[in-house]
Design a protein around this ligand. Structure first.
Ligand code: G
Ligand code: G
Ligand code: MN
Ligand code: NA
Length: 254
C-alpha cells in the first residue's frame, strides 16, 4: 500500500487530528489566539508530519476534503473554548493553494461559521506567499469575499518568497507572519535583525499586523518587542498542544 492510498482513507478512518499552538501579544502579554496544525496518526506508520503528506494531498486533490475537515474541526474546537470564557480567542487555519483557488472557499467558511456560531472576526486564514503572488488576480476576489465575512487573512512564511510589501498591500491582507528562518539568529545576526526591523517598520506603515514565527528563546522575544513586533509564536511561548492541554494552558495563562 502507498502513502497516497492510505491518505485517501484518512477521513473515513478518523486518523487526522489538530493540535493548537498559542500566539502571544508582545503589547499586552495576553494569548490572543492559536494556530491549528494538522497531524496524521497512521495506525502503523505512526505520526506522519504535514510536510510529508500535505504535498501528496495537494497532488491528489484530497486536500479539499481534508481542508474542509480542518476548518470545521478548528471552528468546533473554538466554539467549545468560547463557552469556557475564551470569547476573544482567535483561531488561525492554514489554507492551501488549491482551496484558495477554488471559488467556493468563502461559501464553505460562511457555512462553518454559521454552524458553529463563531464570528468571522475570530477566524484567520494563513495563506502562503508564493501562491498568493502567483495567482494574485484569481485569488484576490476570493480573498475579498473572505474579508467580507470578517475573516482575517495572513501571509504565512513571509520573506521566503519574492513579493514586495507594496504589492501585497493591494491584496486584502491583514497580517504578516515572518518566517522562522529570519527569527532563528535574530539575537546574533545583524542582517537578520535588520531584516525583521524593516519588515516590521514597513508593515506598520501599510497597516499590517506582524507575527514572528518560531521564537524559541527569550532573547529573540525581547528583541522583537524592542522592534515593536505585535505578536510572537514559537516553542518559547508554547509547543503545539492537543486540545485538552491547550485549553488548560489558555485558562491558566495569567
Ligand atoms: O507543525 P508543523 O509540522 O505542523 O507544520 C508544517 C507545515 O504544514 C506548515 O507549513 C504548516 O503551514 C502546514 N500545515 C499544518 N497544518 C496544515 C493544514 O491544516 N492545512 C495546510 N494546508 N497546511 C498545514
Ligand atoms: O509553516 P507554518 O508556519 O504554518 O508551520 C509552523 C511550523 O513550525 C509547524 O511545523 C510548527 O510545529 C513549527 N514550529 C512552531 N514553533 C516552532 C519553534 O519555535 N521551533 C521550531 N523548530 N518549529 C516550530
Ligand atoms: Mn502557518
Ligand atoms: Na510559517
Amino acid at each position: 500500500a502507498t502513502l497516497s492510498g492510505a491518505l485517501r482513507k484518512v477521513l473515513e478512518n478518523g486518523e487526522l487530528r489538530l493540535v493548537y499552538q498559542p500566539r502571544l501579544s508582545l503589547r499586552t502579554g495576553a494569548i490572543t489566539g492559536v494556530e491549528a496544525l494538522l497531524r496524521w496518526e497512521h495506525p502503523y506508520l505512526g505520526l506522519i508530519p504535514p510536510n510529508h503528506f500535505i504535498p501528496l494531498a495537494e497532488e491528489s486533490g484530497m486536500i479539499l476534503p481534508i481542508g474542509e475537515w480542518v476548518m470545521r474541526e478548528a471552528c468546533t474546537t473554538l466554539r467549545r473554548w468560547r463557552q469556557h470564557g475564551l470569547g476573544t480567542l482567535n483561531m488561525s487555519v492554514n489554507v492551501s493553494a488549491l482551496q484558495l483557488l477554488r471559488g467556493d472557499l468563502p461559501r464553505y467558511v460562511a457555512k462553518v461559521l454559521a454552524d458553529t456560531g463563531v464570528p468571522g472576526e475570530r477566524l484567520e486564514l494563513e495563506l502562503t506567499e508564493s501562491v498568493v503572488m502567483a495567482k494574485a488576480a484569481q485569488a484576490a476576489q476570493t480573498m475579498q469575499a473572505l474579508r467580507d465575512l470578517g475573516v482575517r487573512l495572513a501571509i504565512d512564511d513571509f520573506g521566503t518568497g519574492y513579493s514586495s510589501l507594496a504589492y501585497l498591500k493591494r491584496l486584502p491582507i491583514t497580517t504578516l507572519k515572518i518566517d522562522k528562518a529570519f527569527i532563528d539568529d535574530i539575537a546574533q545576526n545583524r542582517d537578520d535583525k535588520a531584516i525583521t526591523h524593516s519588515i516590521i517598520a514597513m508593515a506598520r506603515t501599510l497597516g499590517l499586523y506582524v507575527v514572528a514565527e518560531g521564537v524559541e528563546h527569550q532573547a529573540q522575544a525581547r528583541l522583537l518587542m524592542e522592534q515593536h513586533c505585535d505578536e510572537i509564536q514559537g516553542y518559547w511561548v508554547a509547543r503545539p498542544l492537543d486540545p485538552y492541554r491547550c485549553l488548560a494552558f489558555l485558562r491558566n495563562w495569567r
